[in-house]
Design a protein around this ligand. Structure first.
Ligand SMILES: [Fe+2]
Length: 182
């Protein structure tokens, strides 16, 4: 499955809204075919050309938008949410998962330094879980990485970044547990 991008068609530029609509349709079909890790991985692959689409970046992550979190699509069938993120300055998040659901981080501009963690001790009551780092890598523009449910990760940035992220469910409605380095 592919999305008809500007490059693929070699013709008239496709409007950002149309590119997003085609991405959403393809993502929905991929998830309908496989609502497990395989479907999430397909959506990740579909997102990468969208991150490199200048019209999409200008429309959803352009200078007019400086919101840290803007939902730009919510899937009516499966509930996954596509978010535009404009992050300013240096920041570092603690290790976390996304509760019962998955997330895809897609880098549009800047660099995210991502660390993946191994769970050492599950959170219990008010006591945060403990985790140890496994690997760290750079998410460069045009790259997307999927974190399946329960996969601990921590993003860090050394300057401004812009991302398109997808959450398997709206995490604003999900209670999440805390983790600390072991
Ligand atoms: Fe995350």
């Amino acid at each position: 499955m592919t999305i008809d991008t500007v490059e693929a068609k070699g013709g008239k530029p496709v409007a950002a809204e149309e590119t997003l609509r085609r991405f959403a349709t393809a993502a929905q079909a991929a998830y309908a075919a496989d609502p497990g890790p395989g479907g999430v991985e397909k959506i990740r692959a579909l997102l990468e050309p969208v991150l490199r689409d200048k019209a999409v970046v200008a429309r959803y992550l352009g200078p007019d938008n400086d919101e840290t979190r803007t939902p730009i699509y919510e899937d009516p069938q499966f509930g996954f949410v596509v978010l535009a993120h404009v992050y300013k300055g240096v920041a570092k998040a603690p290790p976390h998962d996304h509760g019962p659901t998955w997330a895809i981080y897609g880098q549009a501009t800047g660099v995210t330094e991502m660390t993946e963690w191994k769970l050492e001790k599950a959170p219990a009551g008010n006591e945060p879980g403990r985790a140890s780092p496994v690997k760290t890598y750079r998410l460069e523009p045009g790259m997307a990485v999927a974190y399946q449910a329960g996969q601990l990760h921590s993003p860090k940035r050394n300057g401004d970044t812009r991302l398109i992220r997808i959450e398997g469910a709206d995490l604003m409605k999900v209670k999440r547990k805390a983790f600390k380095p072991a």
